[in-house]
Design a protein around this ligand. Sequence first.
Ligand code: OSB
Ligand code: MG
Length: 374
Amino acid sequence: MRVLEARLDELELPLVEPFETSFGVERRRRLLLLQLVGASGERGVGECVAARDPLYSAESVATARWLLSRYLIPDLLAHETPDPGAFLDRVRGLKGHPMAKATAEMALWDLYARERGEPLATALGGKRRRVEVGVSVGIQPSIEALVRRVGEYLDEGYRRVKLKVRPGWDAAPVGAVREEFPDLRIWVDANQAYPPSAGPAIVRWAVRLGVEQVEQPFAEREFGAHARLCRARRFRVCLDESIVDRASLEEAIRQRALSSLNVKPGRVGGLTSSRELQRITAAARIPAWVGGMLETGVGRAHAVALATLPNFVLPADLSASRRYYRTEIIDSPFELGPGSTLAVPRGPGIGVEIDEAALGRVRRRSQRFRPKHP
Ligand code: OSB
Ligand code: MG
């Protein structure tokens, strides 16, 4: 693949409603979108999941823009790239910044699959035609509002909810949802908000309320505390922020700190790394699933393709487009289908096309890049 042109857009999209987690509230999603034009005439697009502020992880829109414009895009324009792996090899010396690297790597994967005329899911080795999904529900202004929201999502067809929790917003709201919906699959996600000493209390309410999975209750490096929670064996303990690459996953497995893995391509540096982590979890008999970062249709399409791989056996955090945004920047928004699923697009690459008019309405900045010596 030879890249003749790159465009880096910064977008601002209002969420249909604020999304509150233990680390903050998101009202308007700021994000970067990278479009590549290949010598073949095909295009490739990648979405950067870093947010405006470095609250989920160290990266932000600003740091990702810097890495992309200063290093990654110039690298792509200066070299012939046979496949996404060749790009990863070249930028291996640049430390950190997995979300920025994933943006370029995912755009390359799209371009690569389009040049081969096959869907990204097929290029990755996936087989499923639909992927099962659930819905991640932010912290709400009141318990009544939460129960109402969950009811609306169930009416839309979702069959598994993930409730955001934090100290002070856990047993009571989760208990109210459980009381109203006795058979519902309930997961919770704390985004590292609890101290290790909270472990026994979490076990008590999670078991009493039939919580199926507890995601990242403790800090990123607290493998020991997560391992103690795993030993209760009454619900799955899922890691998200703790797992950033192969080494962290292997160490977590060695310490028995997880019984489920949330794989987000942005967090782990792209689709190649996501696929590798998926393989490692399969070998360790740990169920995995694809997480979400409030993506637009572009990042969602990449994530849906990833979710077709075999060990993604739990429902993904990839909901329908309308759960996030009123305006979608792709031509065919994702809709919830039978059995709480999203259809895997059948066209080449990510299988959806950018709606340039819609993109123009939410774009705040745009930068073009061309090769130095064409
Ligand atoms: O921890 O999974 C998380 C969104 C932003 C940052 C972190 C997380 C999330 C979600 C949203 O839970 C999942 C989705 O995109 O639907
Ligand atoms: Mg999470």
